[in-house]
Design a protein around this ligand. Structure first.
Ligand code: PMP
Ligand code: GLN
Length: 383
């Protein structure tokens, strides 16, 4: 294996999901839902298969999905993208991130990212031969906020891209409009491209709303906006994602994508197009259920004796096991499946600064109520 990929040889999700299986534990580690997406979407995929849509689709994605993605962004955010030149369908958001970074970052150039960062960011920057510069989230009451001074200091003449993830995995933080405005200002001042990972754009709680960075003045022309059907429509196994942005930036990601997967899977694309066009009420209701599941898991963790952070969005909530006598979250997570039958992931898997984050555990609440109730019973044994 090449040296730069050695640190990325096994993902934390593969490691913790294997432990969950080995110990028959409830998997609150890897973020996936345990119920299906809208029935009409599932039926549309079956129909596409039966209809013979089983050969290579167009490399940039089937027209119906590119058009639905463009329509969706116009309706939700007033963002106008040409479905033929400004939308690219990818194999999940994962390939969108990889295509964008490999297509835009020259070896040795820098990519700014907020820490903790989704694990694929660091691996992808390493594959491109780029250099990552991290900016920490800092504790703020029971939540987290961006350290704007550190953010400004992270921009150098070598910066080519900033990766922005809001709503944020793993903390569930939603960046404020002021944070986004500051990111926009820095991108414009330093002539930097923003790659925005917005896969949780529809999963915000307590009346919060999502605002894409691309809607800020001067940002549409320098932003590649990424999303995915996985979390919006409960279909993480379908691997349908997309990128939108100005033609020259989309072309860079497309050049890389062509030789990563060539094309995405065919029959799922018209099904996701159908869901984007007709199932957004289902998504709104799903977010309401998810908020309730967050409340149940937060209460369970508090009851079990954890210090619990605020989660404003996503599938995830962070908890501090130090009140229970555990100060190393990685070790805690390695033992948890065997000791109480629950799997979680340590936030240290998403950081460079291990000391600052070694005490935090990420739990996924994208599970049915009875599953969270059973996890609550098991976690109570930690007291
Ligand atoms: N980015 C973030 C922040 C994620 O949490 C995930 C997992 N859904 C991904 C990217 C990858 O998305 P996909 O499964 O569509 O590849
Ligand atoms: N995005 C999901 C998570 O953060 C799944 C990640 C994965 O399995 N690679 O848990």
């Amino acid at each position: 294996m090449v040296e730069r990929l050695v640190p990325f040889s096994t993902t934390i999700f593969a490691e913790m999901s294997a432990l969950a299986v080995a110990h028959d534990a409830i998997n609150l580690g890897q973020g996936f839902p345990d119920t299906d997406g809208p029935a009409s979407m599932l039926a549309a995929a079956v129909e596409a298969i039966n209809d013979g849509q089983n050969q290579y689709p167009p490399g940039i994605g089937v027209p119906s999905l590119r058009q639905a993605v463009a329509r969706h962004q116009r309706e939700h955010y007033g963002l106008d993208y040409d479905p033929d030149t400004e939308v690219l369908v990818t194999v999940g958001a994962t390939e969108a991130i990889a295509g964008a970074i490999v297509g835009l970052v020259e070896p040795g150039r820098e990519v700014v990212m907020v820490e903790p960062y989704y694990d694929s960011y660091a691996a992808t920057v390493a594959m491109a031969g780029g250099v990552r510069r991290t900016v920490p989230l800092v504790p703020d009451g029971d939540g987290f906020r961006l350290d704007r001074d550190r953010l400004a200091a992270a921009f150098t003449p070598a910066t080519s891209v900033i990766l922005v993830n809001s709503p944020h995995n793993p903390t569930g933080t939603v960046l404020s409009d002021d944070d986004l405005a500051e990111i926009a200002r820095l991108c414009i001042d330093h002539d930097v491209v923003a790659v925005t990972d917005e896969v949780y754009e529809h999963l915000l709680f307590d009346g919060r709303t999502h605002r894409p960075l691309a809607t800020f003045p001067g940002m549409r022309e320098r932003t590649l906006r990424i999303s995915s059907a996985a979390k919006t429509f409960n279909c993480t196994g379908w691997k349908v994602g997309w990128i939108s942005g100005p033609p020259e930036l989309v072309a860079a990601a497309r050049a890389a994508k062509q030789f990563m997967s060539y094309v995405g899977s065919g029959p799922f694309q018209p099904a996701v197009a159908h869901a984007l066009d007709t199932e957004m009420t289902w998504v709104t209701e799903s977010a309401v259920r998810l908020q309730h599941q967050r409340d149940l898991l937060a209460a369970a963790l508090t009851d079990a004796g954890f210090g619990v952070h605020r989660s404003e969005a996503t599938y995830f909530i962070c908890a501090d096991p130090r009140p229970l006598g555990f100060d190393d979250a990685a070790q805690f997570c390695r033992e948890l499946p065997a000791t109480v039958g629950v799997a979680a992931v340590p936030v240290s898997a998403f950081v460079d600064d291990h000391d600052s984050w070694r005490h935090l555990v990420r739990f996924a609440f994208s599970k049915q109520e009875h599953v969270i109730a059973e996890a609550a019973d098991r976690l109570r044994k930690l007291r």
